[in-house]
Write a protein that binds this ligand. Structure first.
Ligand code: URA
Length: 268
């Protein structure tokens, strides 16, 4: 563990600043830090450096505050945050993001809890070979599923696919070049046939890096695109889902922490 006054270079936070937080909620978009903060009884902004905007949030029934840190878009910047947060003592990493569904039974605004993710990105292979599975923490998945069920929020859980690009890797053609290289042509249909639920850009790196480092991770995302209908994302879908997404994430932390207090957890 580093000196508690030492400020981590990228995220701009020190151990002293996070007041013993063990859980972090990680949206991609810095603007979502305030949306997640509002789901707690009390919160305060901590700082802003690059894409890493942070806040500390408090709930009556949690013994330590919950950290909220945005990670920007994609795996490399998310993993920078994971590394630095782990050095500060954070042990539970919950991505709270957005995703594009590829299965027709998933509606805009539904939440998708990832159990595992296809590694269509490069960052995770810097930590573990490609044969290493990108699997979320079973206890956190369970807490998310219970939270969504208890709150009556429409949700699905299963396999997701994490791509390093928003356009070609997700087989989108509404880009400047409008070209999908051969490697990715037909892949949306293939993932769909293999029961993958949706595309996003960070889950697999989060799962591999956390698992390799002995940390716990999971992900819940709001569906903002229904890819069998259109390629574009819908602001309305996010607006509809954002409060549910925040409530489910906070309730999942509460349920998971309650269990971790009663059982001697892996992280003491
Ligand atoms: N995020 C993605 O990576 N893809 C989508 O379609 C929506 C959100």
């Amino acid at each position: 563990m580093t000196d508690s006054s030492h400020v981590q270079y990228h995220i701009g936070l020190s151990g002293a600043m996070i007041e013993g937080a063990r859980y972090v909620l990680m949206p991609g978009d810095p603007a979502r830090v305030s949306v997640l903060s509002a789901a707690f009884a009390r919160s305060r902004p901590l700082g802003q450096n690059r894409e890493y905007h942070s806040a500390l949030a408090y709930a009556e029934d949690l013994p330590t505050p919950v950290l909220i840190v945005s990670t920007g878009i994609g795996a490399p910047s998310a993993v920078v945050a994971i590394e630095e947060l782990a050095c500060l003592g954070v042990r539970y990493f919950l991505r709270v993001g957005t995703t594009g569904a590829i299965q027709e039974h998933i509606a805009a605004g539904d939440l998708i809890i990832s159990e595992a993710s296809v590694r269509l990105e490069g960052t995770s292979s810097h930590y573990a070979p490609i044969e290493y599975p990108a699997a979320a923490s079973i206890d956190l998945i369970q807490a998310l599923r219970e939270a969504a069920r208890a709150l009556g929020v429409p949700h699905h859980s299963g396999m997701t696919c994490s791509s390093d690009s928003f356009w070609p890797g997700q087989e989108r053609r509404d880009s400047f070049g409008a070209y999908v290289p051969r490697r990715f042509q037909g892949t949306l249909e293939e993932w769909r046939r293999l029961n993958v639920l949706s595309y996003e850009m960070e889950n697999s790196a989060l799962f591999v890096v956390c698992r390799a480092l002995g940390l716990d991770a999971a992900s819940v995302c709001a569906t903002v695109a229904c890819r069998w209908q259109r390629e574009a994302v819908s602001h309305e879908a996010y607006a509809k889902a954002k409060d549910d997404l925040a409530r489910v994430a906070v309730e999942a932390v509460r349920r998971h922490a309650a269990r971790a207090i009663n059982v001697i957890g892996r992280h003491g």
